[in-house]
Design a protein around this ligand. Structure first.
Ligand code: GDP
Ligand code: MN
Length: 386
C-alpha cells in the first residue's frame, strides 16, 4: 500500500526523523492560514501518489500567504501529469504547505528489501533530487549500499559509513547518522517495503531534513498497523483493483487487450505466457482463487467486462477443488445479467468438466469453447485484434 508524502512525513516525525514544518490543506483559505502560521516563504506541494511533481508543476514556491491562497486555488482540483502518473494524470485533492528552506545540497536515502539478498538494503547517494533510476542506470558507483543482517539489525556503524561516503562532516554528519538510523527504525517498525527520501536536504545552516518522503507498506503486514491502514486513499488506486479486493479477488491491470479470468496464480502465469506466445497481450490478471464460488465467478466476470481495454476474454479454469459445473453456472448467470460485451473463450478442465461444458452449450450464449490452453489462446488472440 502507498501513502501520501504528508502522511509519510507524519510517520517520520513520530519517530523523531526531522521534517520541515508544514500542514496539509484541502482548501485555498486553509493554505493561506498555514502559510501565515509558518510566517516565512512556503512551498506548496501537490499530494498525489506519484513522483516527478517538481517537473510536472506540482511544487510551487510562494512568498506570501496571499500568494499561497492564489496559487493553491489553481493547484487544488487540478489534474497533475508527471512521468509517473500516465497521460491521464492524477487529481490533486490536497496540498502540503511547508516552510521553504534554503537548499545547500540534495542527497538521496532509500531503503528497500533486496530480494536476491533476502535482506533490507539502505542506499545513499549524493545525487539526490533528480531521478535516482537514472543515477542507478548511468552511474551506479554513486549509489552506496549497506545490507542489513536481520539477526543484528541495522547498526550505527553502517549509518556512519554511509554518511561519510556522502562527504558530510561535523554537526551535519552527526545529524545525518541520526537521520539514517531513524529512517531505518521507521522502516522496520512499520513493516515498510520502501522508505525513500529524495531529496534528503542539507540546508545552508548544515541541518539535515526530509524534503520529500515516500513510503510503501507490505500489504500482508497491514493488519498490524491500523493507523497506517487508515491512511489508504482509494481514489489513488486503480478502481477495478479496489473493486476486486472487496471480493477477495486478485486483479492486476496490465497493458494489453485480452482479459484473463483464471483460478490460481500459477495458472494465471501460464495463461499470460501462452497468450503472449500466441502474439497477444493480456489486459489484466484476474485470479479468482482456488476454492472459488459461483458468486466469486460472477463478480470476477463483472470486473472483467468493465475493463474498457478488454477486447476479448479468456476464461481458463482448472477444476481441482472447484467444480466446473459451478463455474459454468456462475459464468452464465453473470453473462445473462451483464451481457456478453466481448467475445469470450472458455476453457474448463477438471472436476465435472463434462457437466460444465454441457451447461455452457445449453445456455444458448455465444461462448467460444476450447479444450486446451493452446486452442484457447489461438482463438482469443485473433478475436482481440482490432
Ligand atoms: P517530486 O518531484 O515529486 O519528487 O517532489 P520533491 O518533493 O522531491 O520536490 C522536487 C524539487 O522541488 C526538490 O528536489 C527541490 O529542488 C524543490 N523543492 C521542494 N521543496 C523545496 C523547498 O522547501 N525549498 C526549495 N527551494 N525547493 C524545494
Ligand atoms: Mn522527490
Amino acid at each position: 500500500m502507498k501513502i501520501h508524502e504528508y502522511q509519510a512525513k507524519q510517520i517520520l516525525s513520530q519517530y523523531g526523523v526531522q521534517i520541515p514544518r508544514g500542514e496539509v490543506a484541502d482548501e485555498p483559505s486553509k493554505a493561506r492560514e498555514i502559510a501565515e502560521k509558518i510566517g516565512s516563504k512556503v512551498v506548496l506541494k501537490a499530494q498525489v501518489h506519484a513522483g516527478g511533481r517538481g517537473k510536472g508543476g506540482g511544487i510551487k514556491l510562494v512568498s506570501s500567504p496571499q500568494e499561497a491562497e492564489k496559487i493553491a486555488e489553481g493547484m487544488i482540483g487540478m489534474t497533475l501529469i508527471t512521468h509517473q502518473t500516465g497521460p491521464e494524470g492524477k487529481l490533486v485533492k490536497r496540498i502540503l504547505v511547508e516552510e521553504a528552506l534554503d537548499i545547500d545540497q540534495e542527497l538521496y536515502i532509500g531503503i528497500v528489501i533486496d530480494r536476491a539478498r533476502e535482506a533490507p538494503v539502505v542506499m545513499a547517494s549524493s545525487e539526490g533530487g533528480v531521478e535516482i533510476e537514472k543515477v542507478a542506470a548511468e552511474t551506479p558507483e554513486l549509489i552506496f549500499k549497506e545490507y542489513v543482517d536481520p539477526a543484528t539489525g541495522f547498526i550505527a556503524f553502517q549509518a556512519r559509513k554511509l554518511a561519510f561516503k556522502l562527504g558530510l562532516e561535523g554537526e551535519t554528519l552527526k545529524q545525518a547518522v541520526k537521520f539514517i538510523l531513524g529512517l531505518y527504525k521507521v522502516f522496520e517498525a512499520t513493516d515498510a517495503s520502501l522508505a525513500e527520501i529524495n531529496p534528503l536536504l542539507i540546508t545552508k545552516q548544515g541541518n539535515v531534513l526530509a524534503l520529500d518522503a515516500k513510503m510503501n507498506f507490505d500489504d500482508n503486514a497491514l493488519r498490524r498497523h491500523p493507523d497506517i491502514m487508515k491512511m489508504r486513499d482509494l481514489d489513488e488506486e486503480e478502481p477495478l483493483e479496489v473493486e476486486a479486493s472487496k471480493y477477495d479477488l486478485n486483479y492486476i491491470k496490465l497493458d494489453g487487450n485480452v482479459g484473463c479470468m483464471v483460478n490460481g496464480a500459477g495458472l494465471a502465469m501460464a495463461t499470460m505466457d501462452i497468450i503472449m506466445h500466441t502474439g497477444g497481450m493480456p489486459a489484466n490478471f484476474l485470479d479468482v482463487g482456488g476454492g472459488v464460488s459461483e458468486e466469486a465467478v460472477k463478480n470476477a466476470f463483472k470486473i472483467l467486462v468493465s475493463d474498457k481495454d478488454v477486447k476479448a476474454a479468456l476464461i481458463n479454469i482448472f477444476g481441482g477443488i472447484v467444480r466446473c459445473d459451478l463455474v459454468a453456472k456462475g459464468i452464465i448467470q453473470a453473462a445473462k445479467e451483464i451481457g456478453l460485451k466481448v467475445p469470450m473463450v472458455v476453457r474448463l478442465e477438471g472436476t465435472n468438466v463434462e457437466q460444465g461444458k454441457k451447461i455452457l452449450e445449453e445456455s444458448g450464449l455465444a461462448f467460444y469453447p476450447a479444450s486446451s490452453m493452446k486452442e484457447a489462446a489461438e482463438k482469443v488472440v485473433p478475436l482481440a485484434k482490432p
